[in-house]
Design a protein around this ligand. Structure first.
Ligand code: KG4
Ligand code: ZN
Length: 333
């Protein structure tokens, strides 16, 4: 079955065609990064206007590049939540119109679940596995029991990990997008120039990033080892600690659940240090899966891929489905 995916939840206008949940026939991503760069962050009004201007061309390109005729599409999967409301509505309403025009069903997909599905496109794993979702808006450690069945073990109690990267970068003018710039600077920095502390929390699997963010932004001297406060040293020391906070919980969650498979997705799964530390888990016998860089950050292939599984189970959405800025509820562990 060929599913057309549409993703407009934030600042990427993306459309893809994926066959049977895994074979990516096309994945077009029109990024708005350059247009938000002057503001050091995504401006919601600009984002939704650009989606409105770009969406038909992006979808047409995805269909063209797939080599299929639109009559060969079986369904449309579209991100309906969570995200910027105005941006979500552009993709959702386009999907509804196209689905009515082509006479095929459409499926509203949760963006977080799509990020958690993304690693399965290139490196499929059997359920259950430990899911690690690390993005600009979310940090979730969960037991994934099925494509729509999650048990949350831990989450952030304040900032998401990507948000911490973005805020530190913005404060020090490292550039935009923050995560990418910090990753780049860290490569030539001393990650032990500043020894930032990690949080101590009641729940063993929860994370917190606001303390680290405050330490990096306001208390550099307090945690200095005497090395110079260069952008490279600040970035590398922050990144080591940010990744360390997550890895500590991930390792505990693996021990606690006894799971031997792990799958990481979301924009921060593109981080080189996180990828190499996750890879290290393979030495302990853990099967680790994370997406190639293009499938880490926002893209429609993950939406189309996940949509296929709903379609296969006979599930699709009604035309009255609305967009929502909020995340749908995960089952609590
Ligand atoms: O998944 P995503 O594209 O959008 C959300 O759903 O949030 O994630 C965007 C986040 C941003 O915070 C960005 O700074 C971060 O992913 N990011 C990175 C890297 N590439 C993107 N963070 C750390 N290292 C990277 N290489
Ligand atoms: Zn995302």
């Amino acid at each position: 079955m060929n599913v057309l995916g549409i993703e407009t939840s934030c600042d990427e206008c993306s459309s893809a065609v994926v066959r049977d949940g895994r074979e990516v026939l096309s994945n077009v991503i029109a990024t708005q990064i350059e247009l938000h760069r002057p503001y050091d962050g995504v401006v919601p009004e600009i984002a939704s206007r650009l989606h409105t201007e770009w969406i038909s061309q992006v979808v047409a390109s995805a269909i063209r590049q797939s080599g299929l005729d639109k009559s060969e599409l079986d369904a449309i999967a579209v991100t309906s939540r969570p995200g910027l409301l105005g941006s979500l509505l552009v993709g959702l309403n386009f999907a509804k119109g196209l689905s009515a025009g082509l006479g095929i069903p459409f499926i509203g997909v949760d963006h977080i679940r799509a990020h958690l599905y993304a690693p399965q496109i290139e490196h499929p794993q059997e359920y259950p596995y430990l899911g690690v979702l690390v993005s600009g808006g979310h940090t979730v450690i969960c037991k994934v029991k099925g494509f729509d069945d999650f048990e949350v073990l831990g989450t952030t109690i304040d900032d998401a990990i990507g948000e911490a990267f973005d805020k530190v970068s913005k404060h020090y003018d490292f550039g935009y997008p923050g995560g990418v710039m910090i990753d780049r600077l860290s490569k030539s920095g001393d990650s032990h120039a500043f020894l930032f502390p990690g949080p101590s929390l009641d729940s063993p699997f929860d994370v917190s990033y606001s303390g680290l963010k405050t330490a990096v932004i306001n208390q550099l001297d307090k945690f200095s080892t005497g090395k110079p406060a260069t952008p490279e040293n600040i970035a590398a020391s922050f990144q080591r600690c940010a990744v360390g906070i997550l890895m500590k919980r991930v390792e505990k969650a693996l021990e606690f659940t006894g799971l031997t498979r792990l799958s990481a997705g979301g924009g921060v799964a593109a981080n080189s240090q996180l990828r190499s530390e996750l890879k290290e888990l393979e030495k302990k016998g853990i099967d680790v899966s994370f997406p190639s860089l293009k499938l880490c950050t926002d893209n429609a292939a993950m939406v189309a891929g996940l949509g296929y599984h709903y379609l296969k189970d006979g599930l699709h959405s009604d035309l009255d489905l609305n967009a929502s800025a909020r995340v749908s509820q995960f089952k609590k562990g």
